[in-house]
Design a protein around this ligand. Sequence first.
Ligand SMILES: Nc1ncnc2c1ncn2[C@@H]1O[C@H](COP(=O)(O)OP(=O)(O)OP(=O)(O)O)[C@@H](O)[C@H]1O
Ligand SMILES: [Mg+2]
Length: 253
Amino acid sequence: MADPLFAVKNLSKTFPNGNQVLSGVNLTIYEGECLIIAGSNGSGKTLLMQVITGLADFDEGEILFRGCPLHKSIRVLRRSVGFMFQDADAQIIGETVAEDIAFGPKNLGLPNDAVAAQVEAALSAAGLEEKRDFPPRRLSGGEKRRLAVAGILAMGCGAMIMDEPFANLDWHGVIQALEHIRRLKAEGKTLIILTHELEKVLAYSDRLVILHRGHIRDDGNPSEVLDRLDPSFGVRDPRASYASVEDCTWLTA
Ligand SMILES: Nc1ncnc2c1ncn2[C@@H]1O[C@H](COP(=O)(O)OP(=O)(O)OP(=O)(O)O)[C@@H](O)[C@H]1O
Ligand SMILES: [Mg+2]
């Protein structure tokens, strides 16, 4: 059995307006697995990821990162876990596309030539070579998502959280994103993917978690979770259109 990357115990969060958005969440995420978290709008997926990465606070419970309490391991976490935000605008830092991608590897303390090499590889992998000197805020919605993918690829982290990685992407963008996911999985990286688009990516998942109104309502083998899916969770079984979980990808080869 792999070591836990994150261990979340009895985690709850209520906003000051009384909105309880996470409720008694227990979740262990193991090194090297590809975990997909699905759930309807507002079910708490993004917030759960923000909390476990120290970007949002919580009221009750415990979060361990590689066995250490979060507040003691936050520096290591920042270097080890790439987070592709659902809101691409919130992640833009650089004045140009290339500068934006360089931010992560520079922060990791890589030497300049290594940063440059990482940026080139990420620009090419994300199909953004022609936009290298372009101001990121003027990119289209889908180009900003590609930029976010490039940013986390350039960091070369061992674990990545992708929040709605296919949102706004055209068909080629989806294929590229899936190729990254397939390659990263083959390299043994930990992947945590939050998505409504199970039909595009479920084939690469090891485990499916269903979050509903801040509660984890199911967690396990993707086929088995889908077999017992309650329609009220707002998640569509992609096997309505695809023969099996293994067929749920847009990659053909
Ligand atoms: N500051 C806040 N005060 C009160 N409620 C909040 C606040 N911020 C977020 N929420 C609520 O937290 C809930 C969970 O939001 P979250 O963004 O995690 O949902 P999600 O599952 O990622 O949804 P989506 O599929 O739309 O991305 C939502 O109902 C949201 O309205
Ligand atoms: Mg979200």
